[in-house]
Every structure is written in C-alpha cells, then in structure tokens.
Design a protein around this ligand. Structure first.
Ligand code: HEC
Length: 87
C-alpha cells in the first residue's frame, strides 16, 4: 500500500476503516453507529444480520434516500470491517 501523500492534505484513498467511516458515514449514521438521518448500524440493527454482499451493494449503489458512496473496493471492505469490529 502506498502512503505517498503522507502528511499532506491531498490523500485520495483513506487508509483505515475508521477514517472512511468518519469521513463518509458518521454524518448520517452517527459517530457510534447509533443512527441519525440514516438507520443505526450497530449490533442490534437489522443490517447486522445481513451478508457482506448487502453492505457492499448498499454502500456502492445506494439505497432509498442513501446516496451511493464513491469508495474504492478496498475502502468499502475496510469500512465494513471497522463497523463489525464495533459490534
Ligand atoms: C447522506 C446520508 C448517508 C450517508 C453519507 C451514508 N448513509 Fe447509509 N443510509 C442512509 C439512509 C437514509 C439509509 C436508509 C435507506 C433506506 O432504506 O431508504 C441508509 C441505509 C444504510 C444501510 C442499510 C440499513 C438497513 O437497515 O438496511 C447500510 C448498511 C448503510 N446505510 C451503510 C452506510 C455506510 C457504511 C456508509 C458510509 C460508507 C453510509 N451508509 C453512508 C444515509 C446515509
């Protein structure tokens, strides 16, 4: 993995799931997965029982009033792993 832009403000790919979540999900799903305009994503939520394919599709294609998130495949996997690590 390349950290070419380390320390600059021109980082294009977020490198940890936590960074992806905070940058791209927390405004709608809450800093602690508790939900805001979007539903909770915590261990008790309906999405917790869904397969990764559902998560990938929801994140990359959007769902209902959730806009599709432009993330790399790697970022999508990182953010799913991060959310699951909080359960
Ligand atoms: C602009 C606000 C917004 C952002 C940003 C956003 N979401 Fe959502 N999300 C929503 C809304 C609203 C829904 C409910 C969509 C519906 O069912 O109509 C939703 C639904 C979901 C669901 C399905 C929940 C369920 O019960 O089926 C998942 C999973 C999800 N979001 C994950 C994410 C992740 C991960 C990110 C960050 C990569 C993210 N969302 C970014 C607003 C957002």
């Amino acid at each position: 993995m390349a950290f070419a832009a380390c320390g600059s403000e021109t980082v294009t790919e977020l490198s940890t799931g936590e960074e992806v979540y905070e940058a791209r999900c927390s405004a709608c799903h809450g800093a602690d997965l508790e939900g805001r305009v979007g539903p909770a994503l915590d261990a008790d939520s309906s999405s917790a029982s869904m397969p990764d394919s559902y998560w990938v599709q929801t994140i990359t294609m959007g769902k209902g009033s959730m806009p599709a998130q432009r993330l790399t495949d790697n970022e999508v996997q990182l953010v799913i792993d991060y959310i699951k690590s909080k359960w």
